[in-house]
Ligand binder design. Structure first.
Ligand SMILES: C[S@@+](CC[C@H](N)C(=O)[O-])C[C@H]1O[C@@H](n2cnc3c(N)ncnc32)[C@H](O)[C@@H]1O
Length: 316
């Protein structure tokens, strides 16, 4: 039987570079320290210990270096380490959304501008968007340390220079206010919202995740949320964050073509659709995504009429 990392990840988008089984030799050549974390798994194949945060960080560094040519990706260990395959999927589906408005032609280049709401310390979505599609980005975050870290990553990788404009969100209740300027013309917004409503909920979620990956019980002491609190926790959780986003998007209806967000909790969808009905977009969509056993989805909406959409894309 093939080991976990030898099976193609067919749930990933067809353009996702991470669909093929991991070439651990090539990845360890890219980041030699990864070698220390490659072990034989229960199927007799080589694998990385996904329950060990150090191993996961090195694997993701190696994926970024090997597939995307990102040589410098440093950020504090206390910040979330984003799994690259799932993050890449979101951007490929956004590219498909733009293609639909452009007779199926993939839109690459700096004329396309995305806004990443909550870029985080790792700058992960802009990195993949620049490397895959050469898009430009505005990147916001509420956390000055995350903005500084994202900026540091941009500064240390020449291919990201002048492609990502980091902007600090000073009002924790605002999503677009204070970030989108009058002259901005944004082709899409993306967001991976903070998903837990409280520390307790975040701890339960993390304990479950570690237990599923390692098969071991995890005690309280192992869970340290000091630095990553903003990333995971928002009063009212994912639902409240998206509620604020939908409400505010109406105000920026003509500054942006597609608004979008990840929705990790399926149970939030019903409420989200109701909120969308209230602001009356001209179109909305739900795009299902999946990596391994985890399912997620993107909800996207636009306020532009068909005629406005056509005029918009004529400028691409
Ligand atoms: C789940 S993390 C996502 C980080 C990164 N985009 C990723 O996918 O790995 C959510 C991010 O949203 C930021 N955030 C929270 N409230 C925000 C707001 N009102 N505006 C912008 N960013 C916000 C947090 O600081 C955090 O970096």
């Amino acid at each position: 039987m093939p080991s976990k990392n030898q099976t193609p990840k067919t749930r990933l988008h067809e353009r996702n570079r991470n669909r093929e089984p991991y070439d651990l030799k090539a990845l360890a050549d890219a980041i030699p320290k990864l070698k220390n974390y490659i072990k034989v798994n229960k199927y007799g194949g080589d694998s990385v210990d996904f329950s060990n945060p150090k191993a996961v960080k090195l694997l993701n560094k190696a994926l970024l270096k090997h597939y995307y040519g990102i040589n410098n990706w440093e950020f504090p260990d206390e910040n979330l380490c984003p799994p690259i395959p799932g993050r890449a999927d979101y951007l490929h589906y956004i590219a498909d959304l733009l293609n639909e408005s452009n007779a199926g032609k993939i839109q690459k280049g700096s004329q396309i501008c995305g806004l990443d709401v909550g870029v985080g310390a790792t700058c992960i979505y802009p990195i993949i968007g620049v490397k895959e599609y050469n898009w430009n980005f505005i990147a916001s975050d509420i956390d000055p340390k995350s903005i500084a870290s994202a900026q540091q990553i941009i500064n240390s990788n020449p291919s990201l220079k002048d492609k990502v404009d980091c902007r600090l969100q000073k009002d924790s209740n605002a999503i677009f206010g204070g970030i989108i300027n009058k002259k901005d013309k944004i082709d899409f917004t993306i967001c991976n919202p903070p998903f837990h409503a409280s520390i307790e909920e975040a701890q339960r979620g993390t304990r479950r995740k570690i237990r599923n990956l390692s098969g071991k019980k995890v005690n309280e002491a192992k869970l340290n949320f000091s630095g990553a609190k903003n990333e995971l926790i928002y009063e009212g959780g994912e639902y409240q964050f998206i509620k604020n986003m939908i409400r505010e998007s109406e105000e920026y209806a003509k500054s942006c073509f597609w608004f979008s967000t990840l929705v990790s909790k399926q149970s939030n969808l019903k409420g989200i659709y109701k909120l969308l009905e209230k602001v009356k977009p001209t179109q909305s969509k739900t795009i299902e995504m999946g990596t391994g056993n985890k399912s997620s989805r993107i909800v996207a909406w636009t306020f532009l009429s068909k005629k406005e959409q056509k005029l918009w894309t004529e400028e691409w």
